[in-house]
Ligand binder design. Structure first.
Ligand code: 5RP
Length: 223
């Protein structure tokens, strides 16, 4: 099975976590795109979605799924999103699609985080994938030095040769060379640094379930 087929498999499997009559939290990325496409088949049964990016909002709307502002909804029962890395405890690295801030916001207002991923995303320790960090541009150089002091190498993410601008008007640092053995402590530490908007470690907003696409079918991990 190709990686794309594995993503479609878990995108479809995630429908079982969608409760008819409710609003669903929707993440961002190529795996979530498969979920959104599958969700269109339940369009008449759900009230709509809270989205974590302009890209997911556009896809949801194009399929006729109403999108609600996060502020208009108090609590969601489920948030469905992908990950760049997930470990055996449900801790994740996210932000490969630059949507980490809104993803963490929607995850925080959801009772359950269901991660959908192909099996290549399951890791022993977080940190092989470059860690995305959304930052206020004027703090970027100092934050790069702070990551260097931890042994990391931070680079500003570029798009078409210039710094990528997120949906929130900020920049992304991608940090390599870190081995994140204490995700909860690491997330809290980096969150304290002035100029950090969101660090792509999702430990406080970890996954409760992971639907992992494997050649033998969908494997469900509960954390
Ligand atoms: C976007 C994300 C995505 O969930 C993550 O990058 C995984 O993406 P994909 O499903 O395309 O592999 O965090 O900010």
């Amino acid at each position: 099975m190709t990686q794309d087929e594995l993503k479609a498999l878990v995108g479809q499997a995630a429908l079982q976590y969608v409760t008819p009559g409710e609003i669903v939290g929707v993440g961002t990325g190529s795996t979530v795109n498969k979920f959104i496409d599958a969700l269109a088949s339940m369009r008449e049964q759900i009230r709509g979605a809270v989205s974590s990016s302009e890209a997911s909002t556009a896809r949801l709307k194009s399929l006729g799924i109403p999108v609600f502002e996060a502020n208009a909804v108090e609590e969601l029962s489920v948030y469905i999103d992908g990950a760049d890395e997930i470990d055996a405890r449900g801790f994740m690295v996210k932000g490969g699609g630059a949507a980490l801030t809104r993803e963490k916001i929607v995850a925080a207002q959801s009772r359950r985080f269901v991660c959908i991923a192909d099996e290549s995303k399951l890791v022993q320790a977080l940190g092989a994938f470059p860690l995305p960090v959304e930052v206020i541009p004027m703090a970027a150089a100092r934050l790069m030095r702070q990551f260097a002091a931890l042994g990391g190498v931070a680079k500003i993410r570029l798009k078409d040769g210039i710094p990528l601008v997120t949906d929130n008007g900020q920049h992304i640092l991608d940090v390599t060379g870190l081995r994140i053995t204490e995700p909860l402590a690491f997330e809290s530490q980096v969150n304290q640094w002035p100029g950090v908007v969101t660090v792509g470690v999702f430990a406080h907003q970890k996954a409760h379930v992971c639907l992992l696409g494997t050649p033998n079918g969908v494997k469900t991990l509960n954390f």
